[in-house]
Design a protein around this ligand. Structure first.
Ligand code: 2Y5
Length: 436
């Protein structure tokens, strides 16, 4: 049986199950499917505000929030590892960038995809579950435009500070995305921040493996003590492609105390070769963004968030998942959040995290180090560069045929329903990399 048809069969078998299990709490869309989604409901009422006040009264501005346990009413029903897949929910934009022949237009389209992805977020001020060390999340998309399928694998490679490493592959279109997200949490007084360190690398195999490197804007929760609780993106984000020498320099503007507006972006696309500014971008990242050609003076809509289609990820049914896989691990917590039963959610979350504390303690007692199973650390990594601290252990050469790429990604960890786990999963990534 050919690879594709074998996977088709697995997919068909699993689709039904994944809808009935893995998908149960995921029916509602962040982008507004119309049904009630607790991720979109602001649950910070008076009681909530006083719980937050109680926590805040013990904090000093500038302090690290990552060791503080926050109440569950500010939690999304997904782990950070899954939250990253929001960036792969508008694949039509990424695929359209990849099919673009002109270097500059392709760069603009990559910028459009990345900027547009930031609005795929809960409507309320909620944060994803903080993954436990070694937690993994894998998913797939099997009905993408032009017969494409895509696969995503991620692992929590550090707990303090949290580091989420991920890998995304579209075999047919020869696109891969590698990245590490490191949110450094800070309490700032009336707001808290996740200062987003880490980089994403988008590689287009059909364009001679050109790589787009991008960082992330910082994420703020404003109005914790007074005013309305609100989510804001802020500060500088860049996208760079060394091969074509283009750069986008985007500022997410935070609203001033009195003046300014919420959610504004302003930026420039320039040629690094000629040092010439070519386009400006302006508007709101969660509404409409425009792009102005500085040569012709003509302004067009870059992206209108009201016009999107989203492709939601699919997972194997919970019954097939390992205990360390996000949806299985957090299932009781997520179910409680879906019912808005915060006492139960707190208890279930505590059970998962307390077990982790015991495991971490035992590791120290035994003098054993944790090693990620799917992502190996990059020995030459430097914090001041755009390098990735962790990358998937397996080699993926985009010049190989789509069937081989698909086979390789499915060997890292079962992604499709019906796939069997094998004991190799337990071997640390750095060892698996050596024997690659
Ligand atoms: C933790 O408690 P938590 C505890 O911290 C930890 O020490 C425990 O381990 P251990 C652990 O078991 C657990 O109990 C707290 C902390 C963790 C924050 C993140 O309660 C939130 O689970 C700070 O976690 C949020 C600030 C701003 O969480 C974010 O510090 C803004 O750190 C909005 O989880 C978020 C919304 C709501 C926040 C609302 C109110 C805050 C009130 C504060 C009051 C003082 C990191 C959070 C990162 C959130 C970032 C979300 C953005 C996602 C964008 C994705 C980008 O062993 C991907 O010590 C880019 O016992 C991909 C690109 C693709 C190309």
């Amino acid at each position: 049986m050919g690879l594709t048809s074998k996977f088709e069969k697995l997919k068909l078998k699993g689709d039904k199950e994944s809808e009935s299990e893995g998908e149960t709490v995921r029916k509602n869309s962040e982008t507004g499917a119309g049904e009630d989604n607790t991720d979109d409901i602001d649950e910070v009422d008076n009681e909530g505000q006083s719980i937050l006040m109680g926590i805040i009264s013990q904090l000093r501005p500038g302090c690290d929030l990552s060791k503080i346990t926050l109440p569950t009413f500010i939690l999304e029903k997904k782990s950070m590892l899954e939250r990253i897949t929001n960036f792969f929910q508008i694949p039509d934009l990424l695929l359209s960038a990849n099919s673009e022949k002109d270097d500059l237009q392709r760069f603009i389209k990559v910028t459009k995809w990345y900027l547009a992805s930031w609005h795929i977020a809960p409507k309320a001020v909620k944060k994803p579950l903080n993954p436990i060390l070694g937690e993994v999340f894998a998913c797939y998309w099997d009905e993408l435009p032009d017969d494409n399928k895509a696969y995503y694998i991620s692992e929590q490679t550090s707990h303090h500070p949290p580091k989420s490493s991920y890998f995304y592959l579209v075999p047919k279109s020869k696109i891969r995305v590698d990245g590490v997200v490191v949110p450094i949490s800070k309490f700032l007084g009336n707001s808290s921040a996740a200062l987003m360190e880490g980089w994403g690398h988008v590689t287009f195999g059909d364009h001679d493996n050109e790589v787009y490197v991008m960082n992330q804007p910082n994420v703020y929760a404003r109005g914790i003590l007074f005013g309305k609780l609100r989510y804001e993106l802020g500060d500088r984000m860049i996208i760079k492609c060394e091969k074509t020498d283009y750069e986008a320099d985007i500022e997410f503007k935070t609203k001033g105390f009195i003046s300014g507006t919420y959610d504004a972006v302003e930026g420039t696309i320039r040629s690094l070769k000629t040092k010439e500014d070519l386009y400006t971008i302006s508007g709101k990242w969660n509404e409409v963004m425009d792009i102005k050609d500085l040569k012709t003076g003509k302004t067009d809509v870059l992206f209108d968030t009201h016009t999107i289609n989203t492709w939601r990820p699919k997972t194997r049914p919970l019954s097939e998942q390992l205990d360390i896989e996000s949806r299985k691990l957090w299932h009781p917590t997520i179910n409680a959040l879906a019912k808005r039963d915060h006492e139960l959610a707190t208890n279930e979350k505590f059970k998962v995290e307390n077990e982790q504390r015991a495991i971490a303690k035992k590791r120290i007692e035994d003098g054993v180090e944790f090693h990620p199973k799917l992502f190996s650390s990059n020995q030459r990594y430097s914090k001041d560069s755009t390098d990735l601290e962790y990358t998937i252990y397996k080699q993926f050469d985009l010049s190989t045929d789509p069937d081989t790429l698909t086979k390789n990604v499915l060997e890292v960890i079962p992604i499709l329903p019906g796939q069997e786990h094998d004991s190799k999963f337990e071997i640390p990534a750095y060892k698996k990399k050596e024997s690659n």
